[in-house]
Design a protein around this ligand. Structure first.
Ligand SMILES: *Cc1c(COP(=O)(O)O)cnc(C)c1O
Length: 381
């Protein structure tokens, strides 16, 4: 039976080459990188090589890479680490950030910080003049994601970074959805802090990195033995870090080839699904991730499209919880102007290396079938 995984924005399978590179570090090379004997030396070498490999992939210096447990920790370290000990009190972010950015900001608000949550337009774009207008003498941090995980919209982070640099404000970007998909060049981009997660780019789960520009002042969140230049204590996850660095390097190597192929598949998918009478595309038509397609079927009957598709072995995401265990509609969809009901009739499909033309045609056919049977065209329009 055919199985089509189209939820790569949630997570990706570990690339076989990456897994291969990791394996020795679970068994014969199991050392602690802080040990003086040869087991420790092997682990330390793997750690150093991984740092060089990861930094080369984003054109940074090796000592600007802090390995973490993933995107969530990197975002927390960037935001709370910059806030702690800072005399200034104002942060600028936007309404469609991942929870890993929004919730540290909410936490800091409870501790007396001020946060501006910028609105976005109907495509999910942050307006750079709004960023400029929100800056006060008290602003120390701007955090705007590189691309959105739900609707795939790519933000003008280079321009925002320029504004921040001009005013001497730290600029953080959550690049979890773009690392390995869009070029990242820390020598060229005005970014001070950048979050990456391994499991979104065909690496293992539970590992990632925060790029910290030389000279950026950060307080650690985890205190202990002083690992990672005292920014992230705890015995290093060597197999994870080795896997992550190889996955990142591989994604950069395959970037143009993958990107070209995925763009073509995505455009075919969008074209096919938009043939459904009542269907709309969410996110920006051009400034969007090559692997993201996000739709609303406003006139569809309340059927659970994600469950129906999973019954056909197509694995997608609603990106907004409308079921019994829901915590409310997606903050992203509501920020771009969708009603709660429209948000519940939305579907995210995110492509990856394992998808091919046949998958696309299969998915289009099943969506057309399911929505036709669930679709009530409103009479009087
Ligand atoms: C997945 C994701 C995260 C969280 O990363 P984890 O490694 O799963 O903690 C943060 N930001 C964005 C945009 C994401 O897509």
């Amino acid at each position: 039976m055919k199985r089509v995984y189209m939820d790569h924005a949630s997570t990706t399978p570990v690339d076989p080459f990456v897994l291969e590179a990791m394996l020795p570090y679970f068994s014969e090379k199991f050392g602690n990188a802080s040990s003086m004997h040869s087991f420790g030396v092997d682990a330390r070498r793997a750690l150093d090589e991984s740092r060089i490999r990861a930094s080369a992939a984003i054109n940074s210096n090796p000592d600007e890479i802090v390995f973490t447990s993933g995107g969530t920790e990197s975002d927390n370290l960037a935001i709370k680490g910059t806030a702690y000990g800072n005399k200034k009190r104002h942060i600028i972010t936007d309404r469609i950030e991942h929870k890993a950015v929004l919730n540290p900001c909410r936490f800091l608000e409870e501790k007396g910080f001020k946060v501006t949550y910028l609105p976005v337009d109907r495509y999910g774009l942050v307006d750079i003049t709004e960023v400029e207008k929100s800056i006060t003498k008290d602003t120390f941090l701007i955090s705007v994601m590189h691309a959105n995980n739900e609707i795939g919209t790519i933000q003008p982070i280079e321009e925002i970074g320029e504004i921040a640099a001009d005013k001497g404000i730290i600029f953080h970007t959550d690049a979890v959805q773009t690392a390995g998909k869009l070029p990242l060049n820390m020598k060229k981009m005005n970014v001070d802090l950048l979050s990456i997660s391994s499991h979104k780019l065909y690496g293992p789960k539970g590992v990632g990195a925060l790029y910290v520009r030389e000279g950026a002042r950060l307080e650690p969140l985890i205190h202990g033995g002083g690992h990672e230049k005292n920014l992230r204590s705890g015995t290093e996850n060597i197999p994870g870090i080795v896997g992550f660095s190889h996955a990142l390097e591989l994604s950069v190597k395959k970037m143009s080839e993958d990107s070209e192929r995925l763009t073509r598949l995505r455009d075919r998918l969008i074209k096919g699904v938009l043939e459904v009478d009542c269907c709309r595309l969410n996110g920006h038509p051009k400034k969007r991730l090559q692997n993201n397609a996000h739709f609303t079927f406003p006139n569809m009957k309340q059927i659970d499209l994600v469950s129906e598709l999973s019954r056909k072995n197509i694995y997608a995401s609603a990106a907004s919880a409308c079921s019994a265990h829901s915590t409310g509609a997606s903050h992203v969809l509501s920020a771009i102007g969708l009603t709660a009901e429209e948000a519940c009739k939305s579907l995210r499909l995110t492509l990856g290396r394992i998808n091919n033309e046949e998958d696309i045609e299969y998915v289009i056919e099943k969506i057309q079938y399911l929505t036709k049977n669930g679709c009530q065209i409103t009479e009087n329009i």
